[in-house]
Design a protein around this ligand. Structure first.
Ligand code: UDP
Length: 247
């Protein structure tokens, strides 16, 4: 039996204390065992949202692999005394795609605008020529027959990895709703990663990333995020400080 994944708790939300390599091994083991796996790339906004949206909260707490993506999550975990590095979802997902290409594992991609999806697929196919994208669909579909057809076509394509870019919380709920209709498939909620791979948006410069300031770059380059971030991040910081490192 595989050993349990080292886990910390942040306000009742589990976070797995894993490196890129360890996270990758969890996915590999799930696929080999024929299990479906939901990967969450956790940030403070999601934790605060999960307290309001109980369905999201339940999903975040029960996902099979919960990565310390947000700088605020890593900061809070370090305050608890955990030695942990940030594991950005986009880097984890690209690592999976690289591996899927080498191992000839079929991949599906759902989400983003048609333009971003097409450009992202071109980029990924150029970087990993052996990558098999067996199914893709943009993310602006309606619930009901349109969504049902997308799910059915995706299942028929038999992907081993599915990247879902519908934004939080829709992507987490979508994965939770449909994952058990697949078999031996790993799902990752990838947020804006397709937009980055498409070249339509940029990640923060590497110095800002090293200083864990990617979140600041995102709110300055996408100002509509300010309202969302300022509603949640200061509250999260206060919660962590009040907990005295025992969150
Ligand atoms: N998106 C989508 N369908 C929707 C809403 C959003 O496909 O109905 C896509 C959007 O185009 C973008 C991604 O979901 O590619 C969300 O990115 P964002 O960076 O906003 O993610 P979050 O901050 O919510 O993780």
């Amino acid at each position: 039996m595989a050993s349990p994944i080292p886990t910390a708790q942040l306000f009742g939300y589990p976070v797995h204390l894993v490196s890129l390599q360890q996270a990758h091994s969890v996915v590999e083991a799930a696929i080999q065992a024929g299990q479906n796996l939901q990967v969450v790339t956790l940030n403070p906004e999601m934790i605060m949202q999960g307290d309001q949206d109980l369905e999201l909260g339940r999903i975040l707490k029960s996902a099979g692999l919960i990565l310390p993506d947000g700088a605020g999550v890593v900061w809070a975990l370090k305050k608890q005394g955990n030695a942990i590095q940030r594991l950005p979802g986009i880097e984890f997902s690209e690592d999976l795609l690289k591996w899927a290409a080498e191992a000839e594992l079929p991949v599906a991609i759902i989400g983003a605008t048609q333009e971003a999806l097409d450009l992202a697929q071109q980029t990924l196919q150029q970087r990993y020529p052996k990558l098999q994208i067996v199914y893709s669909h943009h993310g602006f579909f309606k619930p009901g027959p349109e969504e049902d057809a997308i799910v059915a076509d995706c299942i028929t394509a038999q992907p081993r990895i599915v990247l879902v870019a519908l934004g939080v919380p829709r992507q987490e709920k979508w994965i939770d709703q449909y994952k058990e209709r697949f078999s031996g498939t790993t799902f990752v909620g990838v947020g804006g990663s397709l937009d980055v791979w498409s070249g339509l948006t940029q990640r923060a410069p590497s110095l800002m990333r090293r200083l864990n300031l990617e979140w600041m770059y995102r709110i300055t380059s996408e100002p509509w995020r300010i309202k969302r971030t300022y509603k949640t991040l200061p509250l999260f910081v206060v919660k962590v400080l009040l907990s005295g490192g025992k969150a």
